[in-house]
Design a binder for this molecule. Structure first.
Ligand SMILES: [Zn+2]
Length: 321
């Protein structure tokens, strides 16, 4: 039997984002499967066409596309380059991909009231909302043809299984080949960047806000419990020492949580005030990423009973316990 590693080809595409180039993968099984597509830019599109050609494919040879998550550097070319391929992903990607107007306006409204309670100034919330709109301009409006969830197998892709890995994005899935001990990890596991557990709203009225960093750590642990020799990531080089990498990540998160807890004064503090103190030079430039870092670690401490919140004059204050 041919090893899966020999049937996976990596394609590197440029993105206009801070993260730099994105990796997408082509897997030759019974069907031709593409994992992610890159952003909807002329440069990425041309590079993808060129790369496919050098591997002996035309875009029309791609039978199906599996999306690791809904972020624009991973999903943008679904519509313009692969109109006939089946698009597969987690259900939570779908409304993002379609840019469902009701969903987008729900998210914007949710974050205005959420961040106001966390004492973020309105100008900065506006900036976050506009940044989200800018990111969405690099995607089309084509939704998913098929939803997959934890443990699912995929037609034409024998030996591979879907693993839900939420945290960086609520829609995030990874693909696992148990026999060959390969994980295609999207942005869940990246060698040179510690993925941000980005704040997202609940997806339905029955859900509460996802504790993204807590989720992210659970999903990292889930991958550690698998037998993985190599992770093919959404950015950068493959990861060969998953255990070592994740050990370091867990330690960094613990250290950050400890530092943050020590910064909380007796009278309590809002998450935004902490964010300003923790990231004095970055919080205005990257409010979504820095607030996600701060609230994620506060959630972690709170979930362990080390912090409590009190609402005062409409603002949420964190107190040490
Ligand atoms: Zn991402």
């Amino acid at each position: 039997m041919i090893s899966q590693a020999k049937t996976i080809e990596k394609i590197i595409l440029p993105t206009p984002f801070l993260v730099g180039p994105v990796n997408i993968y082509i897997i030759k099984g019974d069907l031709v499967t593409l994992v992610d597509t890159g952003p909807n830019t002329v440069e990425a599109k041309e590079e993808l066409e060129r790369s496919l050609k050098s591997l002996g494919y035309l875009p029309s040879d791609v039978d199906q596309i599996i999306l690791t998550h809904h972020h624009p550097d991973h999903v943008g070319l679904v519509e313009s380059l692969f109109p006939h391929a089946k698009v597969i992903g987690h259900e939570k990607s779908d409304k993002w991909l379609r840019k469902d107007p009701e969903f987008i306006s729900f998210i914007e409204g949710y974050f205005y009231s959420f961040f106001k309670e966390h004492s973020v100034p309105v100008e900065l919330i506006d900036k976050m909302v506009k940044a989200n709109q800018y990111f969405l301009s690099f995607t089309g409006t084509r939704g998913l043809d098929e939803y997959v969830k934890e443990g699912d197998t995929i037609n034409g892709l024998s030996g591979w299984k879907v693993i839900e890995t939420p945290g960086h994005a609520q829609s995030h899935i990874s693909l696992y080949h148990e026999e060959d001990r390969i994980l295609i990890g999207g942005d869940h596991i990246i060698a040179h960047i510690s993925s941000n557990a980005i704040l997202e709203p609940p997806y339905s009225e029955e859900e509460s806000r996802p504790l993204t960093l807590v989720q992210y750590r659970n999903a990292l642990q889930k991958c550690l419990d698998l037998h993985v020799d190599i992770v093919y990531s959404g950015h950068g080089k493959p990861v060969e020492d998953l255990q070592g990498l994740l050990q370091g990540r867990f330690e960094e998160q613990e250290e950050k949580a400890r530092r943050l807890r020590n910064m909380i004064p007796e009278e309590g503090i809002t998450s935004f005030e902490l964010c300003k103190q923790y990231f004095p030079h970055v919080y205005q430039k990257e409010p979504t990423l820095t607030m996600s870092e701060i609230i994620g670690h506060l959630d972690l401490l709170q979930s362990r009973g080390e912090l409590a919140t009190v609402k005062k004059n409409g603002f949420i204050f964190y107190h040490k316990i």
